[in-house]
Structures are given as structure tokens and as C-alpha cells.
Design a binder for this molecule. Structure first.
Ligand SMILES: Nc1ncnc2c1ncn2[C@@H]1O[C@H](COP(=O)(O)OP(=O)(O)OP(=O)(O)O)[C@@H](O)[C@H]1O
Ligand SMILES: [Mg+2]
Length: 362
């Protein structure tokens, strides 16, 4: 899949603009606040339907916004559109309205480095779980079903705890939770097993230091011992904590409490890493993700927002050389085009963004 064109209407600071993207590298240049990140957010939203708050995507003072795009799939242009209002979102492929998110997103694999992704390192476990689930889904479409099913069961079990259901019903919900949890845990563990060595290797090759970055799946809050039977441990724990769950009115066991540990020399990267080190950590994660997808024959679209800041020129050129050999379509932003020295200028299309207007650079 290639994203050929994207048009924005009342999307953040874009009134009505369209842009044709390069099959390889599109470089968006512009001053602070011009709209570079906003454009990447539009692409990210198109490819994931994920945003922190949908209402904030619409231009201030207007009732609705839209993203229209043409993707090339197997040589054929296909039109996608999203109409966004405060409390609604209408998805279309061609003229056909699409209800199921899975259908709209099929084949739209993306790996993005956006500013808020640094919170994967600096923030709490929720963001790391979200990262993990998205990354797994990127290479395994079936995982969306697994994780959605887990969330549904979790929600219903929480409701059953609040309603003080009888012990037979509780058993049913416990069984369902554990069954679904096992599937989620298995997928997450398998993914981490594959990506962790790549992340360690990529971080070492990018870093100027001898620091070692490691990744692991952390189930310690549930005291689950890896290698032991999760179901047996789960039933025993749920029995032990039944009273506490009734008191807290919430499920206190399961993958919604697990974490992805990202450690630098054994300490959390968010605490132990320098600014540049934290950035490199996220970049190593993303590059490893790209490599895993490549092994599966999936070529994701890559978004890199303001990647160059806080990285020295050697780091920048190392990252670029990791990406250059590939077939990926890459969209990146910068305040300073001089920071990005592409050797083969033919493969790069540059645009300049001024206050929500996109201009071509000849
Ligand atoms: N909903 C909205 N409606 C209209 N304008 C908005 C909306 N949300 C954000 N903006 C405008 O978008 C601008 C920020 O754009 P953006 O974050 O894309 O800039 P940028 O080019 O990435 O800047 P930087 O180089 O600092 O990262 C804000 O200054 C704000 O004026
Ligand atoms: Mg920005």
C-alpha cells in the first residue's frame, strides 16, 4: 500500500489543503507551529483511527472536519474518507460507508514516531500496553479481535463484580477472563520474545555509549511466574482476591495490569536515560518493529516527526542509513531541512508548510 494523496478539510490548522506524497521520502519543512505534526497526525489517524481526543482534530470554530485520501493498493487507486464531528465519525471506502474499524484499517500498516510516543518511555504502563498492543496488531491482524474480546470480557466482569453476582456466575466470568487473558499474554510474550533482541542490537548500534537496552514482559503485579501454568495461577489468585475485588469493584488480575519493561542497564529508561538516549530508545523500538514486519513481508508507512532534534549528526545519519535501503514510504518533518542530508535527492519530495498552507519546493 502507498499513500498517494491526502486532503484535509477543517482539520486542525488546515482549512482546505491537499498534498501528494512521494512513493519514497516526503520531507515536510516549516517553522514551529506551522502544522507539520498536524499533518502527520492526520496520516496517523487515517491509518490507525487512533487519537487522544477526536474533537481536537476538528478546526476550532467549525462543526466538522474531514480527511480524504487516495491509497494505491495492488496498483489500483482506492479512495478513503473520514468525516469527523464532535461525537461521530463516518468512514468510507470509495462511496461505501464502512462500519467495522477492521475493514477500514485492513492493510494499513504504519510505524510512527510522534512526539507523544516519548511517553511510552516516560509515562505509565497504560501507554506501554497500548504501544505493545498496536505493534502486535500491526503484524497480526487477528490480535485486534483477541484484545477487543479481552476488553469486552473485562468490562462485563467488572460490571458483574459491581452487581454482586452469585458464585456460579462469578465462576463463569473468572473462567472467561482467564481464557481470554491467556490468549493476550501469549501474543504479547511471543511478540516481545521476537522484538527484544532486535531492540537491544539496534540500540547498541545507534548509541555512542556501551549502554544496554533490554525489553521484557512484566506480569509481576499479578505475581504470574513465566513458564508456570497461567490458568492455575489465575484461578488461585482470583479466589484469593475475591473480597478485595468486591471492595474495589474492579478486576485486579489480568493483562490490563501488565507492563512492558524497557530498561537501560537494568534501570527504567525513562529515569536512567538521557534525553537523546530516551529518543534513541523509542527509535530502536520502532526500527525493530519495522524489521519484524519486513520479515513478515509487511512494509509499513513510516512517519518521523522532528526526529532530528536532540540527536547529534552521527545518530541522525545512522538512523537514516537504517531506513534508506528499504522500500518504505517515509514522511518526515523538520524545522531545519539542512539537518537532513539525503544523498540521492531524486527520491525526496520537499514541501514547505506556512501557517497551515502547503507549498511545493522546487
Ligand atoms: N483544532 C485546531 N484548530 C485550529 N488550529 C489548531 C488546532 N489544533 C492545533 N492548532 C494549531 O496548530 C498549531 C500547531 O501545529 P503543529 O503542532 O502541527 O506545528 P509544527 O509545525 O509541528 O510545530 P513544531 O515545529 O513546533 O513541532 C498550533 O499552534 C495551533 O495554532
Ligand atoms: Mg511538531
Amino acid at each position: 500500500m502507498t499513500l498517494n494523496e491526502i486532503a484535509l478539510k477543517n482539520f486542525k490548522n488546515y482549512k482546505e489543503e491537499e498534498i501528494k506524497l512521494d512513493r519514497q521520502i516526503t520531507l515536510l519543512c516549516g517553522n514551529n507551529g506551522s502544522g507539520k505534526t498536524n499533518l502527520l497526525e492526520a496520516i496517523y489517524y487515517l491509518q490507525t483511527l487512533k487519537t487522544l481526543r477526536q474533537a481536537e482534530l476538528i478546526q476550532w470554530g467549525t462543526p466538522e472536519g474531514a480527511i480524504l485520501a487516495t491509497k494505491i493498493e495492488e496498483e489500483r487507486p482506492i479512495k478513503y474518507s473520514i468525516l469527523i464531528s464532535n461525537n461521530e465519525r463516518i468512514l468510507k471506502i470509495g462511496e461505501k460507508s464502512i462500519k467495522r474499524v477492521e475493514e477500514f484499517l485492513k492493510g494499513s500498516s504504519i510505524v510512527a514516531f510522534l512526539p507523544h510516543h516519548l511517553w511510552i518511555i516516560k509515562g505509565g504502563p497504560l501507554l506501554r500496553r497500548e504501544y505493545l498492543d498496536r505493534a502486535i496488531f500491526n503484524g497480526n491482524f487477528n490480535y485486534l479481535h483477541i484484545i477487543k474480546e479481552y476488553r469486552r470480557i473485562l468490562k462485563q466482569r467488572n460490571a458483574s463484580i459491581r452487581q454482586l453476582v452469585n458464585s456460579t456466575d462469578k465462576e463463569v466470568w473468572d473462567r472467561q477472563l482467564i481464557k481470554s487473558a491467556i490468549l493476550v499474554i501469549k501474543e504479547r510474550q511471543e511478540f516481545i520474545k521476537k522484538i527484544a533482541p532486535l531492540v537491544t542490537e539496534i540500540y547498541s548500534s545507534l548509541s555512542a555509549t556501551k549502554d544496554i537496552l533490554t525489553l521484557s514482559y512484566d506480569m509481576s503485579r499479578d505475581a504470574i511466574v513465566e513458564g508456570d501454568d497461567v490458568a492455575i495461577q489465575g484461578y488461585a489468585k482470583l479466589r484469593r482476591i475475591a473480597q478485595e475485588e468486591r471492595f474495589r469493584q474492579y478486576s485486579l488480575w489480568g493483562p490490563h495490569r501488565h507492563d512492558l519493561k524497557i530498561l537501560l542497564n537494568g534501570y527504567p529508561l525513562g529515569v536512567a536515560g538521557s534525553q537523546g538516549g530516551q529518543r534513541l530508545g523509542i527509535i530502536a523500538l520502532k526500527l525493530a518493529e519495522i524489521e519484524l514486519l519486513k520479515q513478515k513481508g509487511v512494509i509499513p508507512l513510516i512517519l518521523l516527526d522532528d526526529l532530528a532534534s536532540e540527536l547529534d549528526p552521527i545518530r541522525r545519519s545512522l538512523i537514516l542509513s537504517c531506513l534508506r535501503g528499504s522500500q518504505h514510504q517515509i514522511v518526515l518533518t523538520t524545522c531545519d531541512p539542512g539537518q537532513w542530508a539525503f544523498k540521492d535527492a531524486k527520491t525526496v519530495t520537499k514541501y514547505y508548510i506556512v501557517d497551515g498552507k502547503i507549498k511545493t519546493i522546487f
